[in-house]
Design a protein around this ligand. Structure first.
Ligand code: NAD
Ligand code: 6OD
Length: 488
């Protein structure tokens, strides 16, 4: 892929232009990166049909061992082309080089290797049965692919989050159609090139570019020949996709939004807690679904905590992705910058105190056309304030004091979301007592975003449906058939 070239969809083993284009812009300075060809309804239909055919082709007949080996070749080739993946992800997102180099791209290859290895050693259940009337049988389970899986992915961790679903879906023998975010089409296109280069058969993996409503996203999720939809994105979009799949009752896996809390007890290692909350709030400019937006601090350490967090926020170096020492890039787009700024305005009207930030930094160069925003800390809002209830998805948190354990558990759980939470304490009994009371899919104690790909990942309430990770992914991406043989 050459920088500046038009990005096409990848359908049935070929790159295809639709004749209709949208702009892919650089959030650092608003410049045009390239044009992207928006897949038509006919092209999406073609992708689905070729994915159906591919299910019955050499791909369908391939042994698990060969499939796993092919996925390792995908990872190998991604590693060989790592520099291109890095520069493509940076162009689309504006993230600092160090972040893309250590998180986004390595996790992309790791996702393929992990699921290739996992599926290789996968067993199947069997039960020897004796009924109360003395009949004997052997039950065993055969796992089959679901069929054609639609993967709809967001812009915040483009390669990491799309491959988190593509890899297990392929490992289980499905065919996959990816609809990447319109904001970040580049690494998805590179991945299609890699699949082509290593010989993934035509139709097994396709990429359709475009938007959601009345575009590739909707064409795909409402297609009656798609067997399952796996989606990462906003809760409202999840709800619309649920309606689109309802007529054909497709299996869905949803990783959605959050309004994640961190609880800082007075007995914590305060320096570690401050550094940890700074990381969980400001990483990737706050654009990780797991980022902290609500912080509850036990009253005796409240003032010291806020002062320490302010110091960390003001020490962040905002700038261009490739500049030395830069720790925070822009938001993904001007549109998202406006959304985050609108929440700052809501917070102002609700009476928030801005401890730091709250605006757009001024550079007096081309970055003023970019989507930068200041790291921001707020205090003095009530728990019912809109700012404390809705997901902002920017580099911002609200900090409030609490007095008792029971009070803070109730306040943390008082939300329509349920994705992740962090507890900062040195009291092991308290950690074990509080963590299970938190109503989220993930609770971290004295850390944040420490990942083991075998663990269940996902959220409750508006934060999602189902869990992926390790066996949970293999369970979602396959269809079990129980075979019961009567024994004499
Ligand atoms: P989004 O919901 O706007 O878009 C996600 C994807 O869905 C994009 O590819 C988009 O084109 C597509 N889409 C939009 N409308 C659609 C429709 N009607 N039908 C089919 N597809 C449609 O989300 P985003 O702004 O790209 O990402 C940010 C959001 O994602 C945040 O809410 C964040 O919390 C959430 N997120 C959650 C997780 C998680 O693991 N829980 C991970 C990352 C991001
Ligand atoms: O690390 C992962 O596997 C994962 N799904 C992360 C999600 C991050 C949300 O933005």
């Amino acid at each position: 892929m050459n920088v500046g070239q038009t990005l096409n969809s990848y359908i049935n083993g070929e790159f295809a232009d639709s004749g209709k284009y949208f702009d892919n812009t650089n959030p650092v300075d608003g410049s045009l990166i390239c044009k992207v060809s928006e897949a038509s309804r006919e092209q999406v239909d073609q992708a689905v049909k070729s994915a159906r055919v591919a299910l019955k082709s050499e791909w369908g007949a391939m042994s698990v061992q060969d499939r796993a080996a092919l996925l390792h070749r995908v990872a190998d080739r991604m590693a060989e082309r790592e520099a291109e993946f890095i520069s493509a992800e940076i162009a689309d997102t504006g993230k600092p080089l160090a972040t893309v180099k250590t998180i986004d791209i390595p996790r992309g290859t790791a996702n393929f290797r992990f699921f290739a290895d996992l599926v290789r050693y996968q067993g199947e259940e069997s039960f020897r049965t004796t009924t109360p009337t003395g009949e004997n049988a052997l039950n065993y389970t055969v796992s089959k692919p679901l069929g054609v899986v639609a993967v709809i992915s967001p812009w915040n961790l483009p390669l990491l989050l799309s491959t988190w679903k593509i890899a297990p879906a392929l490992a289980c023998g499905n065919t996959v159609i990816l609809k990447p975010s319109e904001e970040t089409p580049s690494t998805a296109t590179l991945l299609a090139e890699v699949m082509h280069e290593v010989g993934v058969p035509a139709g097994v993996f396709s990429v359709v570019h475009g938007f959601g409503p009345d575009s590739a996203g909707e064409f795909l999720t409402s297609h009656d020949q798609v067997d399952a939809v796996t989606f990462t994105g906003e809760s409202g979009t999840g709800s619309r996709i649920m309606q689109a799949v309802a007529p054909t009752v497709k299996p869905i896996s949803f990783e959605l939004g959050g309004k994640n809390a961190a609880v800082v007890f007075a007995d914590c290692d305060l320096e570690e807690a401050i550094a940890g909350v700074a990381r969980s709030t400001f990483t990737n400019c706050g654009q990780v679904c797991l980022c902290t937006e609500r912080v509850y601090v036990e009253r005796p350490v409240f003032e010291r905590f806020v002062a320490g967090l302010k110091e960390k926020a003001e020490a962040l170096c905002i700038g261009r992705p490739y500049d030395e020492g830069v720790s925070m890039g822009p938001l993904v787009s001007k549109g998202h910058q406006q959304k985050v700024m609108s929440y700052f305005e809501i917070a102002r009207q609700e009476g928030a105190t801005f401890v730091t930030g709250g605006g757009v930094p001024s550079f007096n160069d081309d970055r003023d056309q970019g989507a930068f925003i200041e790291p921001t800390i707020l205090c003095d809002l009530g728990d019912q304030a809109r700012f404390n209830r809705e997901e902002v998805f920017g580099p911002v948190c609200h900090v409030s004091p609490f007095d008792t354990e029971a009070e803070v558990v109730e306040r943390v759980n008082d939300t329509v979301y349920g994705l992740a939470a962090c507890i900062w304490t040195q009291d092991l009994d308290r950690a074990h007592r509080v963590a299970p009371q938190i109503e989220t899919g993930i609770v971290w104690v004295n850390t944040w975003y420490l990942r083991d790909l075998r663990t269940p990942f996902g959220g409750m309430r508006l934060s999602g449906i189902g869990r992926e990770g390790g066996q949970h992914s293999l369970a979602f991406y396959s269809e079990p058939t129980n075979i019961c043989i009567k024994l004499k």
